[in-house]
Design a protein. Structure first.
Length: 388
């Protein structure tokens, strides 16, 4: 296979940098994106706030203890989405092969772009300049011959970095890194590996493959190859979202079953509405529960056929809830996610009840239409109207 040229581009402190861009008074100061509400969590923090140890996903209470003078700004997702679109447009000028991973991050395969735009470093430099001029933000770019190494590289010299990893660099740039920098190695796998004295990517690369598969399961082979610099995954443009989900943290922890059921119905409706608006369906319904002690469980159920229907999503979620909820504990958060998504013809199904289905499709379309016209929750099921 011809050697590919892959860029991984990731914006620096994305939400925080946008707020600092738009309000010069915030520049140079510790900024935390997230509400000041005690139960809220940090979305991201400016590099000034990171110097105090604040980072994404940290409980707000802890963040404010570490950095009491931080300025908290509630997130403005619409604005960040607009910025994201502009960045993606810039990427698309340099190649058709742009795979967005999130609002602020994408892979670009620029193997076919060099005759027109120059070598990968030149392309990366031009993209940085375009983003700076047109969007007023900085990013970090990793350049390599596969996705794994490009992503690893973009993180090495953040913020405003540009890092190349070629084959010759693996031993000195990649192998000394700790295993938690590996794609797919989370905290649990890290602990297991550390128990076997595997602490660096280099040690991982030199571990026996069978041994690794015993520890990590089916993921073991992939991790082993990546650690050795092998990753043949293509850059897939316009990848659909992997999942669509919605979750709610209660203002107070609750054991009120009726209330929880009502929230579940609300979540199912929201997820269903989003599936239908994107014309996709999903096969696996995932229920997430987080108790007041932060213990979190996810349980899932896979259907025979894909769905985008609130009532079915709700029915499965409530079933999962009933069998898995520990009634002795109060609940902090509940969420529903639908995964195994498909679009278009793939999910056309032969129904046993065509008339019923037809009718309820029309009902859903009508509800979605009214709700998108007059704002959410204009029309909702009677059970969701709070008794007061
Ligand atoms: P990241 O790229 O992980 O973080 P970042 O861009 O803020 O900082 P950097 O890349 O320089 O380390 O995530 C991009 C945005 O996604 C981030 O600005 C906010 C949002 N986000 C959350 O809301 N919650 C999270 O837990 C994470 C990791 C990110
Ligand atoms: Mg980022």
């Amino acid at each position: 296979m011809m050697e590919r040229n892959i860029l991984h581009i990731d914006m620096d402190a994305f939400y925080a940098a946008i707020e600092q861009r738009d309000n010069p008074d915030l520049r140079g100061l510790p900024v935390i994106i997230g509400s000041r509400h005690p139960r809220s969590v940090v979305s991201t923090a400016s590099y000034e706030a990171r110097a105090f140890g604040v980072h994404s996903a940290m409980p707000m209470v802890k963040a404010l203890k570490l950095c009491p003078e931080a300025i908290c700004i509630p997130p403005n997702l619409k604005k960040y989405q607009n910025v994201s679109e502009k960045i993606m447009q810039i990427f698309n000028k340099y190649t058709d092969l742009v795979e967005a991973l999130s609002l602020d991050e994408a892979f670009l395969d620029v193997s076919g772009s060099q005759r027109i735009f120059g070598n990968p470093r030149v392309i990366a430099q031009r993209i940085k300049e375009n983003i700076k001029e047109q969007v007023g933000l900085t990013c970090s770019i990793g350049i390599s011959y596969n996705k794994f190494l490009a992503k690893l590289a973009s993180d090495l010299e953040k913020p405003n970095g540009m890092t190349v990893i070629c084959k010759e660099d693996i031993k000195n740039k990649v192998w000394p890194l700790p295993i938690n920098k590996m794609w797919g190695i989370g905290p649990k796998s890290s602990i297991k590996l550390e128990k076997c004295n595997i602490r660096t990517i280099g040690q991982l690369a030199q571990t026996d493959l069978n041994f690794l598969q015993n520890i990590l399961g089916s993921w073991g082979a992939e991790v082993y190859h990546m650690a050795n610099g092998i990753d043949n995954r293509p850059v897939v443009p316009h990848r659909e979202a992997h999942s669509i989900g919605h979750e709610t943290t209660f203002l107070e922890d609750t054991v009120d079953l009726e209330f929880i059921k009502m929230v579940l119905l609300d979540l199912a409706q929201e997820v269903g509405r989003r599936l239908r608006s994107q014309k996709i369906k999903g096969k696996t319904i995932v229920l997430k529960l987080r108790y007041s002690d932060f213990k979190t469980i996810t349980r899932n159920h896979t259907l025979m056929e894909c769905t985008d229907r609130d009532d079915l999503i709700y029915k499965i979620a409530i079933g999962l809830f009933k069998t898995n909820y520990d009634k002795n504990k109060s609940l902090r958060l509940i969420g529903i996610t639908v995964t195994g998504l498909t679009t278009g013809e793939e999910h056309k199904q032969i129904s046993l009840f065509p008339v019923e289905n037809e009718k309820s499709n029309i009902l859903y379309q009508a509800l979605d239409k009214i709700n998108s016209k007059y704002g959410e929750k204009t029309v909702t099921r009677a059970r969701l109207v709070r008794k007061s």
